[in-house]
Design a protein around this ligand. Structure first.
Ligand code: IMP
Ligand code: MG
Length: 211
């Protein structure tokens, strides 16, 4: 059993990593590790930021019908929170984009099978975080090919000094330092998405390349 560290200003959170190997009992072998989380954005700050985002979206589109498309999986919490604050004709869809393995960018794959028909419609893409910008830039380009009237994008977080594309989302809730963050939809090895706050993982807690 790992020993929980007690660091001032940190929360401890247990990460369960399953090896995917079936034991004799038929249950996957899982290992538990403790990770120290440093809160960057509290639940209240997130609520305020998302409220401001909703007001700005409402001002931008007025009463025009809007299709909001969440980029899976990281946008799910933001998507659920923001749509419930919008009082306008709204359709909701999703598109899946995945490129990360642990903290490293890998090959980007996009699955638009769940994208609703957006021809002639105003579309707002919603994603969790703008890091290099490659993922959202590709999703925006793919969305434009489907014949919408307009495409804009919104992100919860933008990492400072990391962008490698010209894409600038029209709506950004928070700028954050260049750290690996989890919570409010964002994951590390598929864990922590359920945290109601955004926290940074310490570099020494992130497994090396390919994690
Ligand atoms: P980009 O293509 O480099 O902009 O990366 C975008 C995607 O990488 C995001 O939608 C996230 O899923 C993931 N990502 C980037 N930075 C982080 C992070 O700090 N924590 C968790 N996921 C991240
Ligand atoms: Mg994502």
């Amino acid at each position: 059993m790992p020993v929980a560290r007690a660091l001032p200003g940190y929360l401890e959170w247990q990460l369960t990593a399953c090896a995917g190997v079936e034991s004799a009992s038929g249950i996957s072998e899982c290992q538990q590790e403790w990770k120290a989380l440093r809160i960057l954005l509290s639940q209240q700050e997130l609520e305020e930021g998302v409220g401001t985002l909703a007001r700005r979206i409402q001002q931008c589109y007025g009463d025009s019908p809007l299709t909001i498309v969440g980029v899976l999986t990281g946008s799910i919490v933001l998507l659920a929170d923001v749509i419930r604050q919008l009082e306008m004709p709204l359709r909701v869809g999703v598109v899946q984009a995945s490129s990360y393995q642990g903290t490293q960018r890998g090959v980007l794959t996009i699955n638009a099978d769940l994208m609703p028909d957006i021809r002639g419609r105003d579309v707002l893409l919603v994603d969790d975080i703008l890091d290099s910008g490659h993922t959202l830039a590709r999703v925006v380009a793919l969305t434009r090919e489907l014949g919408p009237r307009s495409v804009r994008s919104a992100v919860l977080l933008r990492k400072t000094g990391r962008q490698q594309t010209d894409l600038e989302p029209e709506f950004i809730c928070f700028d954050i330092p260049d750290e690996f963050v989890v919570g409010y939809g964002l994951d590390y090895r598929d864990a922590y998405r359920n945290l109601s706050y955004v926290a940074a993982l310490e570099p020494e807690d992130l497994a090396g390349a390919g994690a």
